[in-house]
Design a protein around this ligand. Structure first.
Ligand code: F6P
Length: 340
């Protein structure tokens, strides 16, 4: 078989590990692979190159994606959809492995509906893809965010300040949740919970009284209600660029005004998406890449390789796309255990 591979949407650590696993698993069975450049854009515009075992063997630990990525929606225009189908035919692709988050996998589902031979691999630092227990990229991103909190702790304690760390995650608060839990933040604000200003100010007051400083983690997706500043721009899938709203900076202003505690904010943004994948992400990306090849070899097109408990299994793309996997009440309950 001839495999096509693409990586779409926001990059995250582990993409190269997944590409490597696809190519080497395919090669083990005597199959070949080509990589499409910059996500669906590469399929639409016919930009591809062969991927050899020699090239991918050393890329396991490299951040980013050697194929490039973009937020191109190939089904936004019917003419583009036709070009995608024609290109795959012309390139004689037997199985396309689409590695991406909800947008990329939604496009894969549309291709599958139109008869395309495609298998998905979920990735995203947001961990918000339904149908899989975890996505690779998430743990590495949270490692970066926890490290940032530890650095902020030093300076917050030295200056007796409150500091707000704003993290990514769009409309799911997994990154904020894990960062807050793993760093012992005084308050963690997620889009899954309504913003409670009185509670937040109380958390800042009690932390600064107890030990002279406060550390807060805020997800970029929280809704602070009416405020100054404009909404962020939008990407090709219509998603608002939430980082442009700078909720961390806005929170810092509100905290200082309400409590009198000198407050700063930090936004780590795309720093969370770069760097080498950590252990869990390396293994998960490797397993899902290999799993996707196995699904394709078994003719299970229209499925996505996911982590279900300890196992990698295939589920229909329908189960993985269209719904954002948000933080569940039991996680919120755990988070608030440490409020007292
Ligand atoms: O989906 C991953 C993500 O990093 C989100 O957490 C964030 O809101 C968004 O991508 C940023 O998008 P861009 O890379 O287009 O600025």
């Amino acid at each position: 078989m001839k495999f096509g591979i693409l990586t779409g949407g926001g990059d995250c650590p582990g993409l190269n590990a997944a590409i490597r696993a696809v190519v080497l698993r395919a090669a083990r069975g005597g199959h070949t692979a080509v990589g499409y450049l910059d996500g669906w854009k590469g399929v639409r515009d016919g930009l591809s190159r062969p991927l050899t075992s020699e090239e991918v063997r050393p890329i396991l630990q490299r951040g980013g994606t050697i194929l490039g990525s973009s937020r191109t929606n190939p089904f936004a225009r019917e003419a583009d959809a036709t070009r995608v189908a024609e290109r795959l035919r012309a390139d004689q692709i037997d199985a396309l492995i689409a590695i991406g988050g909800d947008d990329t996998l939604s496009a894969a589902r549309e291709l599958a509906r139109r008869g395309g031979h495609v298998v998905g691999v979920p990735k995203t630092m947001d961990n918000d893809v339904a149908g899989t227990d975890w996505t690779f990229g998430f743990h590495s991103a949270v490692d970066v965010a926890v490290d940032a909190v530890e650095r902020l702790r030093d300076t917050a304690a030295s200056h007796h300040r409150a500091i707000v760390l704003e993290v990514m995650g769009r409309h799911a608060g997994w990154v904020a949740l894990a960062t807050g839990l793993a760093s012992g933040a005084d308050a963690t604000l997620l889009p899954e919970e309504p913003y409670d200003e009185a509670w937040l100010m109380e958390r800042v007051r009690s932390a600064t009284q107890a030990r002279g400083y406060a550390l807060l983690v805020a997800s970029e997706g929280i809704d602070l209600g009416p405020r100054r500043g404009s909404a962020g721009g939008k990407d090709e899938f219509g998603h608002e660029l939430l980082g442009e709203r700078e909720v961390g900076a806005e929170l810092a202003r509100r905290i200082e005004q309400a409590t009198g505690v000198e407050t700063r904010s930090a936004q780590i943004g795309h720093i969370q998406r770069g760097g080498s994948p950590e252990l869990f992400d390396r293994i998960l990306a490797t397993r899902l890449g290999a799993g996707a090849v196995d699904l394709a070899l078994a003719g299970r097109f229209g499925e996505v390789a996911v982590l279900n408990g300890a196992d990698v299994v295939g589920v229909p793309l329908d189960q993985a796309v269209g719904t954002t996997k948000v933080v569940t009440p039991d996680w919120l309950d755990l988070l608030h255990t440490f409020d007292a």
